[in-house]
Design a protein around this ligand. Sequence first.
Ligand code: FDA
Length: 397
Amino acid sequence: MGYGAVNSQRGRSRDVLVLGAGAAGLMAAIEAGRRGLRVTVLDHAERPGKKILISGGGRCNFTNIHCRPENFLSENPHFARSALAGFTPQDFLELVHRHRIPYHEKTLGQLFCDGSAQAILDLLLEECAAAGVEIELRQKVTAVGHGSGFTVETESDSFGSSAVIVATGGLSIPKMGATGLAYEIARQFGLRVVEPRPALVPLTLDGAARESWCDLAGVSAEVVASTGKQRFREKMLVTHRGLSGPAILQISSYWRQGETVEIDFAPGEPVYAGLLALSAGRHTAAAETALRQVLPQRLAERLLALDPPQGWSNRALEAAEQRLHRWPVVPSGTEGFDKAEVTAGGVATAELSAKTMEAKRVPGLYFIGEAVDVTGHLGGFNFQWAWASGAAAGRAV
Ligand code: FDA
């Protein structure tokens, strides 16, 4: 499969230049190209859509059918509404059906390809080709200028256009080509950037906390992880350096340095209820048996070792029960951008039109996708934001 109409002609003027051939940039290019605009996508990578290919363990969790604005974090929680309503999971599914890509719902509305994520990239590249979009690879963008129109300089070429859509993503996974270009362009044009931070990222433990848990690396359990008002009931996985798994990745997007994460090790289960019955034996073995009903053995043993019930009175058992449901963990940090699935923060939504993604103060300049201060929960929401914000800009440009 080729990369649309890859063009070798240099330095010409286009209607629209899209910076970044990821999910958001390709979708914006398709929508703009379909409207008859002359569109070129520039990317420094040797191939487009690299993150699409590694996403969802290689099967791309390309959307979530339960997508709601509440599934996104942003300084302005309402900002994403308009774009999400303008291009819904159903709209993306129509493309998936048209390209006959087999898929399945894994859990919680998450849609994955049955086969490889390559199918989603092929869909986008075929739509780009049909819309007459040109894709120029190995074009590292170094500067964007603005006069009567825009000029975009790359390491080897110069391009002109009447509009620029910045879709160069965030800082997560630098070794896959992530750069802070979108933030640099925003700041150059006087637009505020919300401090980027790693999100959907494993949390690390140090000192006594690491000693308490990390030798159990590989053990997992369904928990509720919470901080503030945010709660996520999913799997937690102990790692060699701390905690991971979906529950922890989700809560990491909300967690700030120094805060406590509370773990409910037995969501909705009154673990010691059986021991409270008058006839029941009340001793460590009975407590362990009760814990093992709801948790893997090693985790049950560890919890009992770290916090044995302080006696066997009803009161002591109730207190132990409470602690099990609100176990405090203070992470030392996160695994950082190297391991973060996405970047939270980015170009401030207050600077952009929620309908079009155009910078309010710089007509013709648009920001979309992960570069913007809109971050989805785990489960296909980040791609849905990429499609929706890309479509909004591509239709408006
Ligand atoms: P994206 O990062 O995809 O694209 C930016 C493009 O800009 C890149 O092609 C890059 O090369 C280019 N670029 C950067 N700087 C440049 C420069 N200076 N000059 C030229 N080009 C430049 N989400 C989801 O919904 N479901 C999932 O299953 C997964 N799975 C997943 C797994 C892993 C391991 C990661 C790291 C991430 C995910 N995600 C995900 C998140 C998802 O991949 C992410 O939110 C989108 O790819 C963001 O799309 P964008 O187009 O905004 O940026």
